[in-house]
Design a protein. Sequence first.
Length: 137
Amino acid sequence: MSRRRRGIAEWAGTAATLAATVAFFASVRAGVTFVTQHEIYRLSGGVVTYEWTTFRLSDTGLSLRMNRGWRLAPRWWSYFPPRMLIDTKFAQVPLWPLPLLAAIPTIWLWRRDRRTKPGACAGCGYNLTGNTSAYLQ
């Protein structure tokens, strides 16, 4: 990978990590729900929820709800929406792994791109100024 592409990947990874972290903490503080005719998209309590229904929903649009204090969704793995009917399907994904998954390759790229100072050993960074050995050829 060229130095320019690696630099772009580093900054894109940093931006993705920051965006995922901000989305997680914002969702813990406030909830956002977007409703279409048959689908509900919800970001609240550190969890992204998608619901699909066969019946037509009447209250479509975007709504914002503020939580009292900082609140995580209780047991997101066993949460069922209140109108759990046979013709309703839903999926939930927690947000906390997203910053972690974005940060791991970003940290690896940043550490890989460390440049050594002129006159320093490329392997360990030891200052070779004044060294008269044949190693510096």
